[in-house]
Write a protein that binds this ligand. Structure first.
Ligand SMILES: [Zn+2]
Length: 482
């Protein structure tokens, strides 16, 4: 399964709440600090977690409130909640959502002594303990973790840390979609276990057969995800690879390949402006591979070379300028998807790039045919219309056509210029379209770029032609013309 990078919550939850997310009313997490101790065990009931979560929140619900809603894994019970040093009253019960009855959680409601004004902020601390119960009955088949000594994971989807949301799909969707906060965690684990997620290990303290990790987010993050296992690690200046003991061969090769790929991309685009280390973490099969800025968590079964395109995709993202729009179109997903093929071509002489372009075209055509409502949507508006999934394919066709027309060298030069110009400032939609207007010298190619990015003829074009070659012809483009 391909899960989209930058999409903060699992696809299942997003899909579930997609149609109902109307208002962006939620409690915004400003920052958090968690102190967590884990006891891991082979049997689900024997695992145990003890935690305190301090949260600073802003009320963005649009009105004053006397209560704050919290959702936790059904295996976890709250013992105390405080504001300052004062205890707050609360209720908790295990219940399903009214509009998602199979998602049974510990549903908590905190009573505030004085109302929290709209836009007001509050600091609260929740003390809770228990175990983690799998949530497979909810339909999220991959959320099957418990506090196992083989593997476990702290993540939003299992509600192992407090999620501030009413027990309904639309609140949960907003709460999951809109967060961007900095976080710290003190995490105590049995010796030999490594927290291999999107919080950086700042300090490690050895206790008696236990280890205390001081973890910190690298700037603001949309969610916290921490796979935990007796990982082995490979490190170099560009990537940390966390793998399971029996994977040493595939892991070593993958790690070397990530190094080679970064060298290639540096050769193409210059060293990236912000040097960030990529973390790649293996998870057992069936727990949901996921990609996000700086982190790939991936089924250990897919560490094999035939899946290196996932690695190429994530590494390519390191160079992409940030889209400075509240609802980004994610044209860079299309670019990263196309670059998967271009990088594969570099490392594998037998790789058929022409075939990849054709395949992207056919998949884009098919996907858009299934979404006739969005046939006229230009790439730049994908974010506003919540169809960024489409950017992976139509965006990739967009860049494939530029590549086919310009040829390798001029295509790379164009991307290098684009990425370096906006590396520090980020990029607006207007910047992108202006850049292409200025830099594409061929009039017909310029027209194509404008039609697809700004004018929305994508659906029409994909309906009118039946192959990538025909699409080239439609815009009077021949391969590698000048
Ligand atoms: Zn991506």
């Amino acid at each position: 399964m391909r899960i989209i990078s930058l999409v903060f919550f699992c696809c299942t939850l997003l899909a579930q709440s997609h149609s109902t997310v109307a208002a962006d009313n939620y409690f915004q997490i400003l920052n958090t600090y968690h102190a967590v101790k884990l006891h891991l065990d082979k049997t689900p009931e024997a695992g145990k977690m003890k935690a305190a979560s301090w949260l600073r929140l802003r009320n963005q619900t649009g009105k004053a409130t006397n209560t704050i809603p919290v959702l936790l894994n059904p295996g976890l019970r709250i013992s105390k909640i405080t504001k300052g040093n004062k205890p707050l009253n609360f209720t908790q019960k295990i219940a399903g959502f009214e509009d998602w009855s199979t998602l049974e959680l510990n549903t908590v409601s905190i009573n505030l002594l004085t109302p929290l004004k709209n836009k007001g902020t509050i600091e609260i601390t929740l003390y809770f303990e228990g175990n983690l119960q799998p949530l497979t009955a909810s339909g999220m088949g991959y959320v099957k973790e418990y506090l196992s000594s083989e593997f476990t994971i702290l993540r939003t989807e299992n509600f192992s840390l407090p999620v501030i949301s009413e027990p309904d799909q639309s609140s949960l969707g907003a709460a999951a979609r809109l967060q961007n906060y900095s976080t710290r965690m003190t995490l105590e684990l049995p010796e030999g276990y490594i927290p291999a997620g999107n919080l950086k290990i700042k300090e490690t303290k050895l206790l008696n057969d236990r280890v205390e990790y001081d973890l910190k987010s690298d700037g603001k993050i949309p969610f916290t995800v921490i796979p935990i296992a007796p990982y082995r690690q490979l490190k170099n200046h560009s990537a940390v690879l966390n793998y399971f003991e029996d994977q040493i061969t595939t892991a070593t090769t993958l790690h070397q390949q990530s190094e080679k790929t970064l060298k290639l991309l540096e050769g193409w685009f210059m060293p990236p402006q912000a040097k960030k280390q990529l973390v790649i973490t293996a998870i057992p099969e069936g727990y949901g591979s996921q990609r996000m800025p700086g982190l790939i968590i991936q089924d250990s079964a897919t560490f094999a070379p035939e899946n290196y395109n996932e690695l190429y995709h994530e590494l390519a993202h390191i160079w992409h300028p940030k889209e400075r729009v509240s609802k980004p179109s994610r044209w860079n997903e299309g670019l990263a998807t196309f670059l998967e093929g271009l990088i594969s071509t570099h490392f594998n002489a037998e790789y058929d790039l022409a075939n990849y372009k054709e395949e992207l075209f056919q998949r884009a055509k098919k996907q858009l045919a299934d979404m006739p409502k969005h046939a006229d949507t230009p790439l730049q508006n994908y974010g506003e219309e919540d169809i960024t999934d489409l950017a992976y394919l139509t965006g990739a066709v967009y860049f494939a056509l530029l590549h086919e027309s310009l040829g390798q060298e001029r295509f790379i030069t164009l991307l290098k210029e684009l990425q370096n110009t906006y590396a520090l400032t980020g990029i607006f939609n207007e910047d992108f379209s202006d850049f292409m207007r200025k830099n594409l010298k061929n009039r017909n190619l310029r027209k194509f770029a404008d039609n697809w990015f700004s004018k929305g003829t994508i659906g029409q074009d994909l309906t009118n032609v039946n192959s990538f070659t025909d699409l080239m012809a439609l815009y009077k483009q021949t391969s590698f013309q000048s």
